[in-house]
Design a protein around this ligand. Structure first.
Ligand code: PLP
Length: 386
């Protein structure tokens, strides 16, 4: 019987190697660097472990789970979310490669692309992935090895039609990767739409408690899975077992947390839409969002992340200064609500012009709505601008 994702997430230990032998409701943390080859027997098809950088049963549990829920062929859990982006680049790009990236991307990805450009002469083509004709022009005229986007994008909250982009990328023999950090696999599974890789920062909603940084990348085929494992071992990208344990503690509650983040964020976005100090609210669950219908079709839940443009930078800064519950913090997906000015913090690697091109102003505030009582959050917003 095909089970729903939340059922798999509630029985996380079943994905651990040797789970059948103990029936433990949580899995052991193999905090070891090495394994004795003489003690292991592969005559029954058992896997042999030798060194934790290459393979570790604790990490394998999480990799098995992510492979299962993303409908992939294999996964590598990485020590940060940006390490999974780096591993994607190390696996799919070489010197003088071309990559096509949605212009609205996480600031850390943008910085990494600059490094690949400077060090390895990788040509980075940025495009608006809502404009397929422009994308196709780039794909037709350049040997693109990899197409990459987020959906929703961070910080612009744009929704990309993943199936269309997958088809277009494959038409020109390019691999297609989706950064699924915002939606998470409980909401959308990029490989089902034809992507070759789904990667995500597990720092955010998946761990859900803001206690650790980590990431993962899932490949659609065994061949691509072998390649990410090869480069993860060679470049030392893999996650340590203790962090796997910390990440796993939040996973069974992912669905109920996402529902709550969604509900509260819609409530607050609608409240802000009515305030005269706000000029624009960008939230994929509001009918005013340009890709509202696609968001409804492609995702089961929207994340608790949205942007609001204030009438001035001064007002945005005053608001951030005066809130008592909202912290001025980067990152998202934690129980505590956060606000930040992307131009100052999470996307400071972009120039003002590059931000303007993706619709982000100096007075744009990004909200990450947590799990607090929503009335308390509204009161905090009201008192901050009294
Ligand atoms: C969309 C996206 N991808 C990747 C990352 C990087 O993840 P980490 O901070 O865990 O390295 C972030 C971090 O904010 C992000 O927003």
């Amino acid at each position: 019987m095909k089970q729903h994702i939340e059922t798999s997430l509630s029985h996380i230990a079943k994905f651990a190697p040797f789970a059948e032998q103990t029936g433990a409701s949580h899995f052991p943390i193999y905090n070891t660097g090495t394994f004795d080859l003489k003690k292991q027997d592969d005559s029954n098809g058992n896997k042999i472990y030798d060194y934790t950088r290459s393979d570790n049963p604790t990490r394998e549990m999480l990799e098995n789970l992510f492979t299962h829920v993303e409908n992939g062929a294999g996964c590598v859990c990485t020590h940060t979310g940006i390490a999974s982006v780096a591993l994607l680049f190390e696996t799919t790009l070489k010197a003088n490669s071309h990559i096509l990236v949605e212009a609205d991307c996480y600031g850390g990805t943008f910085r990494l692309l600059k490094i690949f450009k400077e060090k390895y002469n990788v040509t980075v083509h940025f495009a608006n992935f809502l404009h397929f004709d422009k994308m196709e022009e780039v794909l037709k005229n350049n040997p693109i090895d990899l197409v990459l986007c987020e959906s929703p994008t961070n910080p612009g909250l744009k929704i990309i039609d993943l199936e269309k982009v997958a088809n277009l990328s494959h038409k020109y023999n390019s691999l297609f990767a989706v950064d699924n950090s915002l939606a998470t696999f409980i909401s959308q599974r990029p490989l089902d739409f034809g992507a070759d890789f789904s990667l995500f920062s597990t720092t955010k909603y998946i761990s859900g408690h803001g206690a650790v940084v980590a990431g993962a990348i899932v490949a659609s085929t065994q061949e691509l899975s072998n390649q990410i494992h090869y480069y993860a071992n060679a470049n030392g990208r893999s996650q340590n077992p203790m962090d796997v344990y910390l990440i796993s503690l939040g996973i069974p509650t992912l669905k109920i947390r996402m529902k709550e983040h969604q509900e509260s964020s819609i409530f607050i976005a609608k409240f802000l839409e009515k305030q005269d100090y706000i000029t624009k609210v960008t939230h994929p669950a509001l009918e005013s969002h340009p890709q509202y219908l696609l968001a409804q079709k492609q995702m089961a839940y929207v994340p608790g992340l949205f942007c609001a443009d204030f009438t001035s930078v001064e007002l945005a800064e005053k608001f951030i200064e005066n809130t008592k519950i909202f912290g001025e913090k980067c990152s998202f997906g934690s129980p505590d609500s956060r606000i930040e000015i992307p131009a100052k913090i999470s996307h400071a690697t972009f120039s003002k012009e590059e931000l303007a091109a993706i619709g982000i102003a100096s007075s744009t505030v990004r909200f990450s709505i947590g799990l607090e009582n929503v009335e308390d959050l509204i009161e905090d917003i009201k008192q901050a601008l009294k």
